[in-house]
Design a protein around this ligand. Structure first.
Ligand code: PLP
Ligand code: COI
Length: 351
């Protein structure tokens, strides 16, 4: 792979005050698709692209992305968490959006090279990581609505801290009764740009009311829980961990799958099922809604302290992180940061 190093390295931010997705490293990987095939990828200095104003993705949103993380331990060993699964999901998103797929194995190897070029950007402070954002967009300059013939794939890297500004403090989430994120048969299970654009208005309204995120319900009956803007949801009902089944409108989260595998490996009761808002209210009233938490690459394991349902705040576990949520946070981050042995084969070495 051709690597062109920057002549002007950027000043690094304070790695203890990173926030999420605000800083980018010195290099990026780019790879173009034309004449029915991917060209060789290249690592180049991080910088702007120039796009014709008629470029497809700018009008019709034919674009997909992924999110995964790399970690560096005290001995300087760098690892990634489940990168093959992210690129496999990207290929499923590509198929849904009529875009070309990529070679997963080669992409993981190229990504390792990119990470090593920008190794000094991997933060090591607690709860920090290098967030990796692979993206693919249609680049044809034309206004007809049909799949592109040319695409740009790129990967950018961002040293990050917690996704939520208050870190592991429980979040407040508004259950959205009017707007929906994705209907059945839509693009909900693809990680495509439009899903996020469609979520902004409800998210903004929720933010103005003091809630961090929106909990989306099913598009047919507005009764069943789907997911949160950047996380899959879990509820602990009377000791049983439940998460919405993957019905086609929900993103099949890799962290969600990791949580399920961890719990199942330990023989803990878990269910992938339909979860209605009525059930949440009834369990809460019966004192049996033990815990609620979200899972995601950016959000990791994030306790939910308040669910606003039909205008009423339902407080969960006294607005404290519950024992199963804490256990999963510790176990998952333990595997990711190398504190615990990875018995699942999720951790991929970079150096
Ligand atoms: N749901 C949505 C809509 C997301 O954007 C994300 C983040 O990627 C998730 C769920 C969690 O998925 P993962 O665990 O693969 O990061
Ligand atoms: C992730 O967790 O990787 C996401 O993509 C969530 C979000 C920042 C869109």
């Amino acid at each position: 792979m051709k690597i062109t190093l920057t002549q002007q390295k950027k000043a690094k931010p304070d790695f203890t005050k990173l926030g999420f997705g605000k800083y980018f490293t010195d290099h990026m990987l780019i790879m173009d698709y034309k004449d029915g095939a991917w060209c060789e990828p290249e690592i180049v200095p991080y910088g702007s692209f120039s796009l014709d104003p008629s470029t497809c993705v700018l009008h019709y949103g034919q674009g997909i992305f992924e999110g995964l993380k790399a970690y560096k331990n005290a001995e300087g060993k760098i690892t990634m968490f489940r990168p093959y699964d992210n690129f496999k999901r990207m290929n499923r998103s590509a198929e849904r959006l009529c875009m070309p797929t990529i070679d997963v194995d080669k992409m993981v190897e190229w990504l390792k090279e990119l990470i090593l070029v920008d190794e000094e950007w991997i933060p090591t402070a607690p709860s920090t990581a290098l967030y990796i954002r692979p993206t693919m967009v249609a680049t044809d300059a034309m206004l007809g609505v049909h799949p592109g013939h040319t695409y740009r794939f790129f990967i950018i890297l961002s040293p990050v801290g917690s996704y939520y500004p208050n870190g592991l403090q429980p979040t407040k989430i508004l259950v959205e009764k009017e707007y929906v994120r994705a209907p059945l048969g839509g693009t909900g299970e693809a990680k495509c740009m439009g899903n996020y654009a469609a979520s902004l208005l409800a998210g903004d309204i929720a933010n103005k009311k003091g809630y961090e995120q929106v909990l989306w319900l099913d598009s047919n009956e507005h009764k069943y829980v789907e997911e949160v803007g950047a996380m899959n949801m879990f509820f602990v009902f009377d000791g049983v961990v439940k998460t919405p089944a993957l019905v086609g409108s929900i993103l099949p989260g890799i962290t969600r799958d990791s949580v399920l595998q961890i719990l199942r490996a330990e023989g803990k009761p878990v269910e992938e099922c339909r979860i209605s808002v009525d059930e949440i209210v009834a369990m809460n009233e019966a004192g049996k809604l033990d815990e609620a938490f979200g899972s995601g690459t950016a959000a990791v394991i994030s306790p939910v302290g308040v669910l606003n349902i039909a205008g009423e705040d339902k407080i969960i576990n006294n607005f404290e992180m519950g024992p199963i949520t804490s256990y999963l946070y510790d176990k998952l981050t333990g595997i990711q940061y190398g504190r615990y042995e990875d018995t699942f084969g999720w951790v991929v070495k970079v150096n």
